[in-house]
Design a protein around this ligand. Sequence first.
Ligand SMILES: Cc1cc2nc3c(=O)[nH]c(=O)nc-3n(C[C@H](O)[C@H](O)[C@H](O)COP(=O)(O)OP(=O)(O)OC[C@H]3O[C@@H](n4cnc5c(N)ncnc54)[C@H](O)[C@@H]3O)c2cc1C
Length: 401
Amino acid sequence: MAQTDPTPNRNNYDVVIVGGAIMGSSVAWFLASNPDFQGRVLVVERDPGYGSCSTAHTNSCMRQQFSAPINVKISQFAADYVKRFREELGDERVPGIHTHFFGYMYLAGDDTFAGHLRRTVSMQAQSGAGTVLLTPDEIAARFPFYRLDDILLGAFGTRDEGYFDGGTMFDWWRRKARERGVEFTANEVVAVERQGDRVTAVQLASGERIACGWVVNAAGPRAARVAAMAGLALPVEPRKRYTWVFEAERPLGQDLPLTIDPGGVHVRSDGGYYMAGATPDHDPAVEPDDFAADHGLWESKVWPALANRIPAFEAIRVVNEWVGHYAYNTLDQNAVLGPDDRVGNFLYANGFSGHGLQQSPAVGRGIAEWIATGGWQTLDLSPLGIGRIRRGERLDEAAII
Ligand SMILES: Cc1cc2nc3c(=O)[nH]c(=O)nc-3n(C[C@H](O)[C@H](O)[C@H](O)COP(=O)(O)OP(=O)(O)OC[C@H]3O[C@@H](n4cnc5c(N)ncnc54)[C@H](O)[C@@H]3O)c2cc1C
């Protein structure tokens, strides 16, 4: 069956995955390759060209610098996984995943954030991450291009932080999942049938009713709509995030770490170019198909912040820009993973808010393990469960970009 075929081969599956971008494809691959799982899997994707999903607009970076230990562990698995990708997929055709680990550099401009960096770097070190604290003099010695007179402290990742080629990972997960029997169908889930504490079927836009044993919500910024179809509330909404690629008249002559300025603008090396990103000051929920750009943001916020921090970036030229959506978890900007607390066969893989690409290997593995065995196996993802959302308990993550 072609990925663009709207009609599934059957009218019942063990697992229906709603959304076939990075998260849906990861779950599909990890299910297909899990020896404890023998069931049939259908991935339903409304946009098989993947033009509007978050995955298509990502910056594709990974970091160890999180404040929640579970997020550090998830990204450590990602770093390890991409290095062993061909081996993991067990296929000589699979290429290596290109990485460019230039490190993240969080810059603290006040005592509060400097204190936060000291605490999190210590936690990250205990988890085995290579983050180091740097004084302004130490930063200047390694990276002489920054202006640092308002900076108190930096935290720099010395390993396994930076760009990775998530696009190749995505392509091969889809391809290998299909080769192992997972069906991808070009259709839209428009309703989820529920009987008490179980979901029993999904309905497709084309009218078919597909009975299923599990529903996995991998619908990205549309996740709350899919949860609502099952009568469930999920505080995830689409929020716009901007990316600019630019060239510099005077390149820096060395890698630019992914630098997070105290004002939130971030910038990094991107091959021979540089890539910057920012959150708009006015940041409402938007429609998932609203990609209208605020062209003033570059000039009013981003370029001034870049030129202030790196004076060489006064003379730059934008060569590309785009708007994408975070699936923004309004409670704590962290993922929501695993079974619903009332509907145990409805599984969330949602709310990634800006760090979903790097979380996709651990999430796909975890959700597949849950379906195959009824519990988290390799990594306990329960800190990211829906329970905290229902209780209103934030899993605080101060290092969201
Ligand atoms: C500008 C930007 C920069 C980012 N940078 C990074 C980064 O550097 N590192 C990082 O780790 N993460 C980053 N992210 C976040 C990351 O890209 C996302 O978390 C990740 O791609 C989410 O993948 P997903 O599969 O959950 O969602 P999506 O990619 O949005 O996919 C959801 C899919 O579900 C489909 N769908 C929705 N509803 C239905 C339905 N009812 N029926 C059928 N199909 C449906 C959609 O068509 C879509 O294809 C960034 C995101 C943006 C926008």
